[in-house]
Ligand binder design. Structure first.
Ligand code: NAD
Ligand code: UGA
Length: 431
C-alpha cells in the first residue's frame, strides 16, 4: 500500500522504516528540512537499535522516501499516518496544535478514499476532531475515514516493538477502513483489536498510566523497605513470580521520565477532571514520582555530608533511561540541575547525550568517560542504567575520588561488593 507518514521523530521514523520493511511504499514527511535532507542520505538523527539499517534498506529499495511538508507526502497516499508530537500544555491536557496543523495542511491534498490514522498519543475525541478539521479545511470527499492506531513502542527497542508488538489496536467507526489499516500489518504476528475510536484512544492512556503506576508503586515500596530494613530486590522478585503481577516495571529508581509517561499521566488526569471524575489514585502516582526525584537528590546531599556548596558530584548517565539519546523529561537531568542550583559542581558523563545535555544545561561539566566524571568527586551518582557502568574498574574509580561515596539510583551495582571495595554505597530500597 502507499502510505504517508507525517512526522519523522521517534515514532514517525520507526513507523515509516518498518512499514517499508514490511513491503509498503512509504513517503515520510517532516517540517524540519535539515532532518529530511539527512534522512535522504541515510543519516538517522536518533539513537535507535536497528533503525539505521532499516532506513538504509528502505532508501536502497526505493520503498522509503523523505520529503519536506505533509501535503506533499499525503497527495499520493492511500493511508496517511499522523505521528507528530502532542506535548503537555499548561493545563496538563495534550496540546493538539501539531495534529490540527497537519490535518489542515493535508486536507486539500488527500485523495478520495484515503484513511487518515492517528498514531500520536491523543485524547479521547481526537479521531472525531481530525475528521472535523479535515472537512472544514477542504477535504470535500465524504469517503475520507479517520482511525486511531495508537503506538506502544519503547524508545531504544522501537523497531523490535513495532515489528513484534504485543497487540495492534485499531479504533474506527468505518469497518472497511479498519480492515485496510489492519491489512498494513498482515505480516506482523500479533492480536488485532478493532474497536471504537474512543476506546482505542483510552487504551493508550490507560496502558501508559498503568505502567507509570507500577513504577510509582514499586518506588513507594522501596521507600518503605528502606525504613524497615527490607530489600526491594528480594521483594520485587517475590512479587514478580506471581504471574498476575509479573517481573516487568518493578525496578525502583529516580522516578519515571521521558517524553511520554509524565505528559500522558497529566493528560489522563486532565481528561478525568474534565469529565468530573477525581482520579486520586493517578494523582498519587504523579506525586510519588515527583517526590522520588527529591528523595534521590536528598540521598546525594546526605552522601556528600549534608550540604552541596563546594561539593563535586560525578553523575553517570543523563538520558531518561539507557539505550536512548532522549533527554526529554529526564530524571537524571532534572536531578543534576537541582544539584547545581544547590551549589554543587556536577561533572557528568553519558554515552549518548553529553553534547545535547550540555546545550540544555550549560553549567554541567561534560566528561569524556565515567572515570573522568568520578575524578575528584565527593559522590558519584549513577542516575541512568547504562550497562557499561557495571563493568568499570571500580578500584580505579575509588582511588580517583575525593571521598568514595556512591549513590546508585538504579540499583545497578552489587551493594556488598561495592562496600567491600571501600565505597560508602547507597542504592534505592536496599540494605
Ligand atoms: P518527536 O518530537 O520525536 O517527533 C515529531 C516529529 O513531527 C518532529 O520531527 C517534528 O518536526 C514533526 N512535525 C511536527 N509538525 C509537523 C508538520 N506539520 N509536518 C511534518 N512534520 C511535523 O515525537 P515522538 O516522540 O515521535 O512522538 C510522537 C507522538 O507519538 C506523540 O504523541 C507521542 O506521545 C507518541 N508516542 C511516542 C512514543 C515514544 O517512545 N517516543 C511511543 C509511543 C507513542
Ligand atoms: C513508554 C512505554 O513503555 C511504551 O509502551 C509507550 O509506547 C511509550 O512510553 C510512549 O507512549 O511513549 P518509553 O518512554 O520509551 O516507553 O520508556 P520505558 O521503558 O517505558 O520507561 C519509561 C520511564 O520509566 C523511564 O524513565 C524508565 O527509567 C522508568 N522505569 C521503567 C522505571 O523507573 N522502572 C521500571 O521498572 C521501568
Amino acid at each position: 500500500m502507499h502510505i504517508a507518514v507525517i512526522g519523522a521523530g521517534y515514532v514517525g521514523l520507526t513507523t515509516a522504516a518498518c512499514f517499508a520493511h514490511l513491503g509498503h511504499d512509504v513517503v515520510c514527511a517532516d517540517i524540519d528540512e535539515e532532518r529530511v535532507a539527512r534522512l535522504n542520505k541515510g543519516e538517522v538523527p536518533i539513537l535507535e537499535k536497528g533503525l539505521p539499517e532499516l532506513v538504509g534498506e528502505g532508501l536502497a529499495s526505493r520503498r522509503l522516501r523523505f520529503v519536506t511538508g505533509a501535503a506533499r507526502a499525503a497527495r499520493e497516499a492511500e493511508i496517511v499516518y499522523l505521528c507528530v508530537q502532542t506535548p503537555q500544555s499548561e493545563t496538563g491536557a495534550a496540546d493538539l496544535s501539531f495534529i490540527e496543523a497537519v490535518a489542515r495542511e493535508i486536507a486539500p491534498a488527500v485523495r478520495p478514499g484515503t484513511v487518515v490514522v492517528n498514531k500520536s498519543t491523543v485524547p479521547v475525541g481526537t479521531t472525531r476532531f481530525v475528521q472535523r478539521v479535515l472537512s472544514e479545511s477542504g477535504a470535500a470527499h465524504d469517503d475520507i475515514s479517520v482511525a486511531s492506531n495508537p503506538e506502544f513502542l519503547r524508545e531504544g527497542q522501537a523497531v523490535q516493538d513495532f515489528l513484534h508488538p504485543d497487540r495492534i489496536v485499531i479504533g474506527c467507526e468505518q469497518p472497511g477502513a479498519a480492515v485496510r489499516v489492519s491489512e498494513l500489518y498482515s505480516s506482523v504476528q500479533a492480536p488485532v483489536l478493532v474497536t471504537d475510536p474512543a476506546s482505542a484512544e483510552m487504551i493508550k492512556y490507560a496502558s501508559n498510566a498503568f505502567l507509570a503506576s507500577k513504577i510509582s508503586f514499586i518506588n513507594a515500596i522501596a521507600n518503605v523497605c528502606e525504613a524497615v530494613d527490607a530489600d526491594i530486590r528480594e521483594v520485587a522478585i517475590g512479587m514478580g513470580y506471581d504471574a498476575r503481577i509479573g517481573f516487568q516495571f518493578l525496578h525502583p529508581g529516580p522516578g519515571y521520565g521521558g517524553s511520554c509517561f509524565p505528559k500522558d499521566v497529566a493528560a489522563l488526569l486532565h481528561t478525568a477532571r474534565s469529565a468530573g471524575y477525581d482520579f486520586g489514585l493517578l494523582s498519587g502516582v504523579e506525586e510519588v514520582n515527583r517526590e522520588q526525584h527529591e528523595r534521590i537528590t536528598e540521598k546525594i546531599t546526605r552522601a556528600a555530608g549534608g550540604a552541596l556548596s563546594d561539593v563535586v558530584i560525578g553523575v553517570w548517565g543523563l538520558t531518561f533511561k539507557a539505550e536512548t539519546d532522549d533527554l526529554r523529561d529526564s530524571p537524571a537531568l532534572a536531578i543534576s540541575r537541582r544539584l547545581i542550583e544547590a551549589g554543587a559542581t556536577v561533572r557528568a558523563y553519558d554515552p549518548a547525550a553529553g553534547d545535547a545535555a550540555q546545550r540544555l544545561a550549560p553549567q554541567l561539566e561534560i566528561c569524556a568517560d565515567a572515570y573522568e566524571a568520578a575524578t575528584g568527586a565527593d559522590v558519584v551518582a549513577l542516575l541512568t542504567e547504562w550497562d557499561l557502568f557495571r563493568w568499570l574498574d571500580f578500584p580505579r574509580v575509588r582511588d580517583s575520588m575525593r571521598r568514595p561515596a556512591m549513590v546508585d539510583a538504579r540499583n545497578l551495582l552489587d551493594p556488598a561488593a561495592m562496600r567491600r571495595l571501600g565505597f560508602a554505597y547507597e542504592g534505592v530500597g536496599r540494605r
